[in-house]
Design a protein around this ligand. Structure first.
Ligand code: 7TS
Length: 428
């Protein structure tokens, strides 16, 4: 896989213009006002793990418990009806946000991992047999790999792996070769959490559908940054997490085309997901409630709705423009660090994620050292071990950005890394 060593050409005028708005938006995030240690402000560059939360979302959670702390779909008293209405209004917001045909195509889950497991286990058990094939790419997060490994093992289906190019992009020629009438599902990420790769989803959906396969998009790293119009894309399933898009943990979404959801058996059974129960059998509720057994995370769903309102007000055109500019800036500045190598596609073809190695340093030591300067980056395999194996690495250090990051935070990272190299490499 290629490492990047282009000469820096820096034009920060576009970024400077965008940053006026970023500075205003940063005041929405209380955590950005705190110091990590006395005199050391937080430089948060780990949004790919989880995003920061704006005050509006924090307050939406508290407000729900202050005003409408009641269970949903059962109480007939005022606050229970309000809680139910708020929960279902959040579903409607999600449906509009991703342009689902109806809110019934939106299942609330705990997050991307649970959404993908739901499809693999429910759809997979009902539809996969020996001889069938599922395609995943080599860059998938474990969440979009292990559930498919498991269900293929259980059903006798075969898991095929879509190769990457030297640049860490999906090899579409290989994809065409892999696709056949045996292919039943293509499960692919909308954005790599390690390389920043942005797969050509429209082309993937078109080719997969031509072959008669369904497509699941793991939107954990794409929906927060670019949104998703499920009708325009034509994907069959879309999974994403609230906590990576300014919402709380514990809430996520599975979008599924209605006819697919209707044909799928429930994964969890119990209260809420049934219409009629006798001592010996049960009749399932309609979609999406058929997949929401037990008491759902009501406040979290409501707060996800608030996060969606917040992101929609900012607008993805701004978010995308700013992320492209700050990623390009980081990509160029990081190359000033001696011995640093960036993995993945060039700056103009990647999302707001930059993973790198520094000669002679372990990624964990790097992340720990820059933390002294308040810089929060992640080190490890980022739940993508097969991808790291492909790169010939155990781990990388990763900086990831969102609309609240400033160029001066990239500067802080670069200075901290330069200091890391000065202090740690000389000693080796
Ligand atoms: N898919 C991708 C592409 C991801 O990046 C993640 C989380 C998941 C699925 C799982 O999401 P969850 O909300 O169910 O946990 N990625 C990361 C990461 O890169 N660092 O921490 C979590």
């Amino acid at each position: 896989m290629n490492e990047r060593t282009t000469t820096p050409v820096r034009d920060t005028s576009e970024l400077n213009q965008l940053e006026e708005r970023v500075r205003r938006l940063r005041t929405d995030f209380p955590i950005l006002a705190r110091e990590v240690r006395p005199g050391v402000p937080l430089v948060y560059l780990d949004t790919a793990a989880t995003s920061l939360k704006p005050v509006r979302v924090i307050e939406a959670l508290a407000e729900h418990y202050r005003q409408r702390s009641a269970n949903v779909h059962r109480g007939i008293y005022a606050i229970a009806e309000e809680a139910t209405a708020a929960y279902e209004a959040a579903r409607e917001k999600v449906a509009r946000f991703i342009n689902a045909r109806t809110p019934e195509e939106v299942v609330f889950t705990r997050g991307t991992t649970e959404s993908i497991n739901l499809v693999a286990l429910s759809w997979g058990r009902a539809n996969l047999r020996a001889g069938d094939e599922v395609i995943v790419s080599e860059l998938e997060h474990h969440a979009n790999l292990v559930p498919w490994q498991q269900i293929c093992r259980q059903t006798g289906a075969t898991l095929r792996h879509l190769r990457l190019t030297e640049d860490g992009e999906l090899d579409l020629d290989h994809f065409r070769q892999l696709l056949s009438e045996r292919t039943k599902m293509v499960a692919v990420s909308g954005g790599s959490n390690v390389l920043g790769t942005i797969p050509p989803l429209h082309e993937i959906v078109r080719l997969a559908h031509e072959a008669g396969a369904l497509v699941l998009v793991d939107g954990a790293q794409s929906v927060p940054h670019r949104g998703c119009d499920v009708q325009a894309l034509g994907c069959d399933f879309l999974a994403f997490s609230g906590h990576k898009m300014c919402g709380p943990e514990g809430i996520g979404v599975l979008y599924g085309r209605r006819e697919l959801l209707e044909a799928m058996p429930p994964l969890y059974t119990g209260g809420e997901m049934v219409k009629k129960v006798s001592l010996t059998e049960a009749r399932w509720n309609d979609v999406p409630w058929k997949f929401e057994a037990g008491t759902p995370p009501v406040a979290m769903a409501v707060a996800l709705g608030t996060a969606i309102d917040y992101l929609s007000e900012i607008g993805f055109s701004f978010i995308e423009a700013h992320e492209a500019a700050i990623t390009r800036y980081a990509y160029e500045r990081l190359q000033e660090v001696p011995g640093l190598r960036i993995w993945g596609p060039p700056a103009d073809r990647r999302g707001a994620v930059v993973s790198f190695s520094i000669d002679g340093l372990h990624p964990h030591d790097v992340a720990q050292f820059v933390d002294r300067f308040g810089v929060a980056v992640r080190a490890g395999h980022h739940c993508a071990q097969p991808l790291h194996e492909l790169l010939g690495l155990r781990a990388t250090t990763r900086a990831s950005f969102y609309f609240y990051n400033l160029a001066e935070e990239v500067d802080r990272l670069v200075e901290a890394l330069q200091e890391t190299v000065r202090k740690l490499v000389r000693r080796l």
